[in-house]
Design a protein around this ligand. Structure first.
Ligand code: PEP
Ligand code: MN
Length: 264
């Protein structure tokens, strides 16, 4: 993990800290909600605001996101706070709309990484972009699918590329919503040592009480960043209510994680 030249280049180029902290709600719900969370995160370690606007729900009948309307709210949050903005894209139309609204970080969700057709469509729509593109691991513990997605994006001349580890689904009941299987992202790092590796403790945990420990494990493993779902009223969030933490809790966690890191 010493040779992180390319990583430093894109973090530096975007004026981002190391470790990179991406925070914000699972879903954009209303303009007020997005702006309130953005302002609560503004003077924290979080430099990128995340919010899903197209939500890939496993079962129908749940909130599926506010759609393109949310892009305007994210843009407004960027203007008001100076944070970069991030959202999930799952097809070429999402990419087109996100680029039109100057979204800085586009991520490919776990349910899209499993589909080579979708990844290829997104890669083609993003061809040559200077934006930051992050690829979540596929839902299932399948390293070649994750590697294949990265290869498709590299082939489309996307240079500011990184990956997000959000854990892997399993039919067994475990303490995690998605098993971390730490060896899989480590193996991916061996294949692509310059690729920034970001941890998503929220989707690994599925619950608030183990988020801190998962973050610490990631930082101990020298991860390059964290993406943490953050909401001012987690219990009433429209999606992933059990796993979101408040911006104030994130601040506390970052202080404690830093102290532990500095004393290493
Ligand atoms: C999300 O980030 O809210 C999300 C849907 O994540 P994943 O693709 O990891 O399930
Ligand atoms: Mn979520």
């Amino acid at each position: 993990m010493e040779n992180k030249k390319e990583l430093r280049n894109w973090l530096d180029a975007f004026g981002l800290d190391h470790p990179l902290v991406i925070a914000g709600p699972c879903s954009a719900e209303t303009e007020e909600q997005v702006l309130k969370i953005a302002h609560q995160l503004k003077d924290t370690d979080a430099t990128v605001l995340r919010a899903g606007i197209w939500k890939p729900r496993t079962r129908p009948g749940n909130f599926e996101g506010v759609g393109a309307l949310g892009l305007k709210w994210l843009q407004k949050a960027k203007e008001e706070t100076g944070m970069l903005i991030a959202t999930e894209v799952a097809n070429a139309n999402h990419v087109r709309l996100a680029l039109e609204h100057d979204v800085d970080v586009l991520w490919i969700g776990a349910r899209s990484t499993v589909s080579p057709f979708i990844v290829q469509e997104i890669a083609d729509a993003l061809n040559g972009t200077d934006k930051i593109v992050l690829v979540k691991n596929p839902v299932n513990p399948d390293l070649p699918l994750w590697l294949g997605a990265i290869e498709r994006l590299y082939t489309a001349n996307i240079k500011n590329l990184g990956v997000i580890h959000r854990g892997f689904s399993t039919y067994e009941k475990t303490r995690y919503r998605n098993n971390p299987e730490w060896q899989i992202p480590i193996e991916l790092q061996n294949r692509f040592p310059d690729l920034p590796l970001i941890l998503d403790p929220s989707h690994i945990a599925g619950r608030r009480d183990i988020i801190f420990d998962i973050c610490q494990t990631g930082l101990d493993l020298n991860y390059d960043g964290l993406m943490v779902e953050t909401h001012f009223d987690p219990d009433n969030a429209w999606s992933d209510a059990k796993q979101q933490i408040t911006p104030a809790t994130l601040v506390e966690y970052m202080e404690d994680l830093k102290i532990r890191k500095e004393t290493d």
